[in-house]
Write a new protein. Structure first.
Length: 118
């Protein structure tokens, strides 16, 4: 997604932009952003529908004292993403839980600096 991509305008403001591009505080934030974009590009949902769902999550979830803006923003993104893919029938609650357990196990058993695969 480039600075000229109109989908950026549909999202609540990203916490930090550098030259119009998002800057991520942690790799999981970039991965989540990429996964959301990939599902949109594959035709699973309209970007405006995702932006509205995410914006509603962001609006209803206050930032906790001491929580950074990127952590709040992408924490809301993750919560919204999980509910959105379930609402769209792309994944069920059991599938998300299973993937999370598999990811956690793979992350614990993967040497530092190596890519995590499940």
């Amino acid at each position: 997604m480039s600075a000229s991509d109109p989908r950026l305008a549909d999202l609540p403001p990203l916490p930090d932009l550098q030259g119009g591009e998002p800057v991520f505080a942690a790799p999981w934030q970039a991965q989540l952003f990429a996964l959301t974009t990939a599902l949109n590009e594959a035709g699973h949902f309209a970007w405006k529908d995702w932006a509205a769902h995410f914006g509603a999550e962001l609006a209803k979830t206050p930032q906790v004292s001491g929580q950074s803006v990127p952590d709040h923003y992408f924490g809301c993104w993750l919560t919204a993403f999980e509910t959105f893919v379930q609402l769209r029938g792309l994944a069920g609650p059991g599938q998300l839980g299973d993937l999370q357990r598999r990811w956690d196990a793979a992350a614990r058993s993967t040497p530092h600096g190596e890519p995590i695969t499940i």
